[in-house]
Design a protein around this ligand. Structure first.
Ligand code: TPP
Length: 598
């Protein structure tokens, strides 16, 4: 988890025979090397999580452990145990100080993840100072209170470590394992040993002297043949274990063809190509919140995608993303597909990342959208690591109403749009919500953020059902085409698309309505399609969204106008807050008329 120790990890990967040659070790932190400053998933063979922001790896390891428990419950049989691995996380003082680690560890204890082993490098030093300047808690006691088994060792005594590690591996007692390894940072470099000066390059100038004192060769980047031989021998043993496992696996596969197919599809991240058609049309007179529509859409998707799991941070009643009949994941039923995370949004998102790193299950989680800020560090890493998570974040914008500005995300949707490699989809009605969920499932090279409403929205029946669904997959589409010459474009998404339609109805034949539920998908479309939807020659453009306006100018241009919010919301019934803040058709009409008169 302590990703700043990346070279420690790279060195082990190199010595143990991963495809990480010494030439890459020498190119540490250089352009396009396989040894970036902090470990990045997908960049370096053997790196299983992107770490660096302290605490995240702890959460990831809990998520990986959850996934292994789920996998064992879903795929093992009485006769064949194909999944029974341990998950080991090396963590530091900084990791254990971070709140996200506390959230994740509380859940690890609660769920009894007894295949999870933390090795806590307790060197009592952080970056600025000795750790005692900033902590006086007894971390072991804290972990015990969470439900961990705790052992304490001298981290420089390899035999002590091995003994403790083997105890932890064998315990199998319904408790995650925590090994406190007391260590001395910078050991062997007397000038910095045991102090925070051992960080970074402060100790580098003493390294040659330290080598000498330790009796090591003077050559830099030196690994003795003995060490390579040791690992080569160890690899043989592991390969023999692997072959044994493969026998079990092959026999399991022959006897359980359905499970085997499900497993293969999960690992390939296969998504049914006919997912869209598996979701029934909504009744034309439905008047549903998109969160409610989402809950309905989720059910056939969950049936078609048996490895989809769906969690919520104590808000299933509001986020409506419970998989019916899927059961709750817990120590008694690790096969459950719903995960109750409690009020731990950050922990939830770090754990979702872990589930995705594991590589078998499709991870999704839910909370109120305004709490995106609690989740952001993990969401950002999901985007960076290209994890196919789905965030089902509901209660968007000032439509939330009575709960007031603390619960009304006015800047959140746009702030996530600014993040690279995450799709933000803000559907306008139940049919667009179908497209949004299917789009999230179909995307396997990065996360999708679904922005759903608390309040009911009308069905946009004037637009063909398939156009609404498939239009979302393209990110944007012409929802209402002008008759005759194109004079003006109104664009919108989410709960404000209805206002775009209402305004267009008042403004005459030359007005086009464009639905833009997902900027990222739209921007990935070929230029020709984008030009078709938003022709360059039409500069009279109005956008409306109940959120901050800036990001819309990429579509509206300097000649256009955006109706949006420039301040926080208010506590009152949602429609009144919308009216008070000027989010309605009339404001679109006024802006459009001003443009048309130019
Ligand atoms: C969330 C987060 N905050 C701050 C940092 C910057 N940082 C990198 S290393 C470090 C000190 C870490 O101390 P510790 O975890 O004890 O590691 P060790 O001293 O063992 O190297 C800090 C503050 C970070 N990587 N992540």
């Amino acid at each position: 988890s302590g990703g700043h120790g990346s070279m420690f990890l790279y060195a082990w990967l190199h010595m143990s025979g991963y495809d990480l040659p010494m030439s890459e070790i020498k190119r540490f932190r250089q352009l396009h090397s396989k040894t970036p400053g902090h470990p990045e998933f997908g960049e370096t063979p053997g790196v299983e999580c992107t770490t660096g922001p302290l605490g995240q790896g702890v959460g990831n390891s809990v998520g990986i452990s959850v996934a292994t428990k789920m996998a064992a419950a879903r795929f093992n049989t009485d006769e064949h145990k194909i999944f029974d691995q341990h998950v080991i996380c090396l963590c530091s003082d900084g990791d254990m100080q971070e709140g996200v680690a506390s959230e994740a560890c509380a859940l690890a204890g609660h769920w009894g993840l007894d295949n999870l082993i933390f090795i806590y490098d307790s060197n009592a030093v952080t970056l600025d100072a000795p750790a005692k300047e900033t902590q006086s808690e007894d971390t072991g006691k804290r972990m015990e209170a969470y439900g961990f088994d705790v052992q304490e060792i001298d981290g420089h005594d390899m035999q002590q470590f091995l003994d403790a590690f083997n105890v932890a591996k064998r315990r199998d007692n319904g408790k995650p394992q925590f090994i406190i390894a007391h260590t001395l940072i910078g050991k062997g470099v007397p000038e910095v040993e045991g102090t925070f000066k051992a960080h970074g390059e402060a100790g580098a100038k003493y390294v040659d002297a330290a080598r000498k004192a330790l009796g090591l060769p003077t050559e830099h980047y030196f690994v003795s043949q003995e060490v390579y031989d040791y690992f080569a021998e160890h690899k043989k043993k592991l390969l023999a274990d692997y072959e044994k496992w493969e026998e079990t696996y092959n026999s399991w596969r022959t006897k359980n063809p359905d499970k085997a197919e499900m497993l293969a599809h999960g690992l390939e991240r296969k998504v049914p190509s006919d997912l869209l058609s598996k979701i029934p049309d909504f009744p034309k007179d439905a008047k549903l919140a998109t969160r409610k529509a989402g809950g309905e859409v989720l059910q056939p998707i969950a049936q078609a995608m048996p490895l989809l799991m769906s969690g919520s941070a104590d808000l299933y009643g509001s986020t409506m993303n419970y998989i019916d009949g899927g059961g709750d994941f817990n120590r008694d039923d690790p096969g459950g597909r719903n995960i109750r995370f409690g009020i731990r949004e950050h922990g939830m998102c770090a754990i979702l990342n872990g589930i995705s790193y594991h590589g078998l299950f499709r991870a999704s989680g839910a909370t109120f959208m305004v709490f995106t800020d609690y989740c952001r560090a993990s969401i950002r890493l999901a985007a960076l690591a290209k994890l196919p998570n789905t965030y089902i974040f509901t209660h968007d914008s000032i439509g939330v109403g009575e709960d007031g500005p603390t619960h009304e995300p006015v800047e959140t949707v746009s702030s996530v749009r600014l993040m690279p490699n995450i799709d933000v989809i803000r559907p306008a009605d139940p049919e667009e919500t179908v497209g949004a969920f299917v789009g999230a499932m179909q995307r396997t090279d990065g996360p999708t953020f679904l922005a759903l409403t608390r309040q009911a929205v009308p069905m946009l029946n004037d637009v063909d059902v398939n156009l609404r669904r498939e239009g979302v997959l393209r990110g944007g589409y012409i929802a209402k085409k002008e008759k005759g010459k194109l004079d003006l474009i109104i664009m919108s998404c989410g709960s404000e698309l209805q206002h775009a339609f209402a305004a267009a109805g008042q403004l005459g034949d030359g007005v086009r309505v464009v639905s833009l539920p997902c900027f990222e998908r739209f921007n990935r479309q070929p230029q020709k399609y984008r030009e078709e939807v938003l022709p360059n020659e039409c500069r009279k453009r109005v956008a409306i969204e109940a959120g901050v306006t800036e990001i819309w100018y990429q579509y509206v241009g300097l000649d256009g106008k955006v109706i949006g919010l420039h301040q926080f919301g208010l506590s009152a019934p949602g429609p009144e807050v919308m009216k008070e803040r000027g989010i309605d058709a009339q404001h679109v009409i006024d802006a459009a008329k001003a443009l048309l008169q130019r």
